[in-house]
Design a protein around this ligand. Structure first.
Ligand code: ADP
Ligand code: MG
Ligand code: MG
Length: 897
């Protein structure tokens, strides 16, 4: 088998498309060689060797050594040097790790390998540059000692041991007052001696002298680092499977440290922060590559090269153009200049902010580098929200002090006075204050406070906690689970890092990074929101706005899957429609019962002992609900609205503290014991699987009747006012056809009554959520009654996996690290399990009712991977929170390309 792929002198075994086998770095080194760029020769040991290594007790395939020897011979021939030469110029190599994507946690690169006490002399003699030769040797022992031999900082030590040796030496000889690059050949020689002594002391072994031992040791260290803890944690975080493995690149050294005509640098072909088409990077004269990023000396902007090495700079500009033309994307490059000659050491597609990605894609279409479909794929869907978020004033945030970090749950920047409960947040906001709601964690009762606040900060809770979910739905800035915060509700204080902040003090949060700052930081709204939602003319004139709307136009052209929104209010609906939503996929009617006095009527209904009592309370809710629906229909401008009937367990509406219960008792003039009794009665051990969904409407048909009346009357009123509406009534948690039949009968009966009363008719349909496995498995029966399906993937995930979303926090992290599942199944659809149920339901449902309308309304509807899955299995639409609509539109378009 072929384990080694060589490149050099214009030829390469591999190419840029072979990233899985050669890793990102190796594949692109081969590609750059092929297109004639100056790349020092080398070879890649494939990722298959890594797989072999772990499958065979950390040993190598027998054929590898001979192939490596051939690879080294190829380098020798091209370079005119010899590996381990004690006479004439020795071949030195860099050993570089090579995962598909560059990965922190992997082994650091080792430069100058092949040096020992003999070859350093031949290097010195052939270059006539002793300072350079011994600088290389000193660097090599340091890097190899650190990464391969593990001579690293021990507990209790403040500095890396090699650095300690250097510092000690500098103190002895120069009183510490000298730059590394000014050290003489003799100084470097002395350091080599001391470094070797350090290695012997720490490892009990001599530093390896034989270049081949060095090479095998370094390659083994790269493979070994694939399974170190840092790499594992990184892979878990970014969903990189461990089966991928890493490649190893061995490449002839070129030298940026020979003197003032040499140097090393890194650059982007365009600015990756803001997208501007300008060469962007930095370099250091007389340095090897690692120095540029290590921060020992401050590098200079790459544009300075023009003055210092005009010829090399001109060449670099040519390479920049060649690379963009060839890769058709912005490149992140590493280069070295040896005595005026330029060498390319790496290129890859540059990481970029969402703003830069947008500008790159639009500009490159204009430049005819890419077509509009490619432009769509160049914008990472999961980053798009960055463009919508309000932003901190950049200069101000630099001056601010970080006091804590948590999960970045709602992207954007928010600053305001802190308040510790919903009520006081609302009051403050009504007075015109900017408010940050700070809670240990949030619950539905905090909703009004969350709406009033600029941002939400919690000490507990994860990505799928209530705070995070609401933040996503409302596009609120949110940092959750900032564990360092000690919140005292009684004293109305939050203490962190020894400082106590009182209610009314200013804090600022960055929900994109999860950072909490002390004090107030100025923000500005995103131009896109200002333009689309607020119709702000100045914002519409900005390049960012124009680019964004152009991108969305292209998406509309490409897409098959349409995007609806989850919205409970006319305002949310209006925003979603502005973002291009073509309907509502989920209105959670219960959210409407939390506002203002309605909660009291709801509680009265729950506490009533008789049908008459319940009906009286429901009658109070009816007009509210009808008005809500009317407002939503109006905001929808004729688009369909899927309205889900009451779903949550009733106890969620009742007060749980003694104080609140007494309050309610006074308000309703009933004994508090009655409330306590009812709360007790409604208590469930497992409410997720309890008395909720259509089970409520089956026990209390009058609830369903009221909701049906509200929907139909709103639609009739809309019709009379000349507003088109398309209500789709959705019955939740159906597992049995009979459940749906019972509810649908009520809806039809009520609708017929309303039509008779109002002497007019409107179109409506009734369907169901598929959110328990039995519903999916018997979808053929259910589709006899259901006119549409909407996959409630939140509950379907809970019921399919038998895992509670709210309680999974305690084991989710270890599960992801152990790769039980690759992604949090509550954030991204578990395609093999839950996806299987969806496919079954689609197949069976479509058999009974060909062309049945199929949607998804779980949180997953805004997750790009899940959206792509929904496209693949043939759903009609996805539905997500208003601010996720552009994300879903982008993902849906990408799925169709
Ligand atoms: P990373 O993946 O951490 O960027 P690299 O393998 O790219 O590691 O190496 C880091 C730096 O080492 C490069 O940017 C370059 O400056 C230097 N380097 C790597 N290979 C060579 C080489 N063949 N000759 C000279 N310098 C090299
Ligand atoms: Mg690199
Ligand atoms: Mg549900």
């Amino acid at each position: 088998a072929k384990y080694v792929y060589t490149w050099g002198a214009g030829k390469a075994d591999g190419n840029g498309s072979m990233k899985a086998l050669l890793g990102g770095k190796g594949a692109n080194l081969a590609e750059m060689t092929r297109i004639g760029l100056p790349v020092p020769p080398g070879f890649t040991i494939t990722t298959e060797v890594c797989t072999y290594y772990y499958a065979n007790k950390r040993t190598y395939p027998a054929a590898l050594q001979a192939q490596m020897e051939a690879g080294v011979a190829n380098m020798e021939k091209i370079m005119g040097t010899k590996f381990g030469a004690t006479n004439g110029m020795p071949l030195l190599v860099a050993v570089r790790s090579g995962a598909r994507d560059s990965m922190p946690g992997m082994m650091d690169t080792i430069l100058n390998l092949g040096l020992n006490d003999q070859t350093v002399i031949s290097l010195e003699n052939s270059t006539n540059n002793p300072r350079f030769a011994w600088d290389c040797y000193r660097r090599f022992i340091q890097m190899y000692g650190d990464v391969v031999l593990g001579v690293q900082k021990r507990e209790g030590e403040d500095h890396e041991p090699f650095e300690t040796v250097i510092e000690g030496f500098k103190h002895e000889k120069y009183h510490g007052d000298i730059e590394d690059s000014k050290l003489t050949a003799d100084d470097q020689k002395e350091l080599v001696k001391r470094f070797k002594a350090l290695v012997l002391e720490r490892t009990g072994k001599q530093f390896p002298n034989n270049p081949w031992d060095q090479l095998r040791g370094a390659a083994g260290a790269v493979f070994g680092s694939w399974m170190n803890d840092r790499a594992k944690v990184y892979r878990a975080k970014y969903n990189i499977p461990s089966e991928w493995g890493t490649a190893v690149n061995v490449q002839a050294m070129v030298f940026g440290n020979t003197g003032e005509t040499s140097g090393s640098g890194v650059a982007f072909t365009r600015n990756p922060a803001n997208g501007v088409n300008e060469f962007y990077g930095e370099f250091l004269i007389n340095a090897q590559g690692e120095d540029v990023v290590a921060g020992v000396r401050t590098p200079e902007p790459v544009l300075e090269l023009k003055k210092q090495m005009p010829k090399s700079y001109a060449e670099l500009l040519k390479v920049r153009a060649t690379l963009e033309k060839h890769f058709k994307d912005v490149q992140d490059i590493e280069f070295t200049i040896q005595e005026g000659k330029l060498f390319m050491l790496q290129t890859r597609n540059g990481k970029r902010t969402a703003a830069a990605a947008l500008k790159f894609s639009i500009d490159m279409v204009k430049e005819k580098l890419i077509d509009w479909k490619t432009a769509i794929t160049r914008n990472p869907a999961d980053q798009l929200e960055q463009l919508l978020a309000p932003i901190f004033d950049l200069a101000e945030v630099k001056k601010a002090s970080v006091i804590a970090t948590g999960l970045p749950a709602g992207p954007g920047a928010a600053t305001g006075k802190i308040y510790f409960n919903a009520e006081r947040s609302v009051q403050a906001a009504e007075k015109g204050e900017k408010v940050l709601l700070v809670r240990v964690e949030t619950s539905p009762e905090d909703l009004r406070g969350m709406i009033a606040a600029e941002g939400i900060l919690t000490a507990r809770g994860g990505v799928s906690s209530h705070a995070a979910l609401v933040a996503r739905q409302m596009g609120k800035v949110c940092v959750c689970g900032a564990a360092a915060l000690q919140i005292d509700y009684d004293k109305k204080t939050v203490t962190v890092g020894g400082t106590t902040y009182h209610e009314g003090d200013f804090l600022s949060i960055d929900g994109t990074s999860g950072t909490v700052y002390a004090g107030q930081i100025k923000t500005a709204p995103s131009e896109i929101i200002a333009g689309l939602v607020n119709n702000d003319a100045a914002a519409k004139a900005t390049e960012k706005f124009k680019s964004f709307t152009q991108l969305m136009k292209w998406c509309a052209q490409a897409t098959k899957l349409s995007v609806r929104t989850n919205a409970d209010t006319p305002e949310q609906t209006r925003i979603a429609v502005a973002f291009g939503a073509v309907g509502i996929g989920l209105t959670r009617t219960e959210h409407m019962f939390f506002e203002g006095d309605r909660i009291d009527a709801m509680r009265e209904m729950i506490l009533a002992d008789s049908l008459a009592g319940r009906e009286a309370a429901l009658a109070k809710l009816l007009p509210y609900q009808r008005d809500d629906f009317y407002g939503i229909f109006k905001a929808l401008k004729g688009f369909p609205a899927t309205i889900r009937f009451l779903d949550p367990p009733l106890h969620e509406f009742l007060p749980h503290t003694k104080e609140q219960q007494m309050d309610l008792a006074r308000k309703l003039s009933i004994p508090v014991e009655k409330i306590m009794h009812r709360v007790h009665e409604l208590h469930e051990f497992n409410p997720m699987l309890g008395f909720r969904g259509c089970r409520l409407g089956i026990k209390y048909p009058e609830i369903t009747a009221m909701q049906a009346r509200a929907v139909i009357e709103a639609a009739v009123k809309a019709k009379k006012d000349g507003i088109k509406s398309k209500p789709e009534i959705m019955i939740p948690l159906v597992g049995f056809k009979k459940e749906l039949d019972l509810q649908v009968a009520i809806v039809h009966e009520v609708a017929a009554k309303v039509f008779a009363e109002q002497k007019t008719k409107v179109e409506y349909s009734v369907g169901t959520m598929i959110e328990v496995p039995r519903g999916a498995l018997t979808a053929d029966e259910i589709a006899q009654t259901a006119e549409f399906f909407s996959f409630g993937t939140n509950d379907l995930t809970q019921t399919c996996l038998g895992m509670s979303r709210d309680d999974s926090g305690s084991f989710l992290a270890p599960y992801q690290e152990a790769e039980v599942f690759k992604k949090n199944p509550f954030a991204s659809v578990d395609q093999t399990g839950v996806g299987q149920l969806m496919k079954i339901a689609i197949e069976k449902g479509s058999k009974t009712r060909p062309g049945i309308k199929l949607g998804i309304c779980g949180e997953h509807g805004g997750d790009p991977d899940s959206v792509k899955f929904c496209h693949k299995i043939g759903l009609t639409y996805v539905s997500c929170s208003p601010y996720r609509v552009p994300v879903a539109r982008l993902a849906a378009a990408q799925a169709a390309i």
